[in-house]
Design a protein around this ligand. Structure first.
Ligand SMILES: [Zn+2]
Length: 116
């Protein structure tokens, strides 16, 4: 469970990876999802909603995630932002979800391995 005492760490994690991944042209906020949120309804650990042209994004973290997993989730959602401009070029009738996630997983491993 994510508790209030974890909020500072989450903020620091978001700031750190925003800089590290070069997403400084984005305004990134975060929130713990409530019961009506996509992240809770879909039973995900995190999700990101963004306005690609407006350069604003909100990372939603499930209250049912754990602080140990937040770093991984933040990196995952931020790689979605890194790919947002590319994804915007893909026609809407093409389902690119699997290809995007296959790339995201590999980049994720490189980023998270670099931390160890
Ligand atoms: Zn994803």
């Amino acid at each position: 469970m994510i508790k209030k005492k974890h909020y500072k760490k989450i903020s620091r994690t978001i700031d750190r990876f925003q800089k590290q991944l070069g997403l400084t042209d984005w305004e990134i906020t975060w929130a713990i999802g409530d019961e009506h949120s996509y992240v809770v309804r879909e039973n995900c650990l995190a999700s990101v909603h963004f306005n690609q042209k407006g350069r604003s994004a909100t990372i939603a973290i499930s209250p049912f995630s754990s602080i140990e997993h937040v770093e991984h989730s933040v990196v995952h959602e931020m790689i979605h932002l890194m790919l947002a401009d590319l994804e915007a070029l893909i026609p809407e009738d093409i389902d690119s979800e699997a290809q995007c996630h296959s790339a995201i997983r590999r980049i994720e491993n490189i980023v998270l391995k670099g931390l160890k």
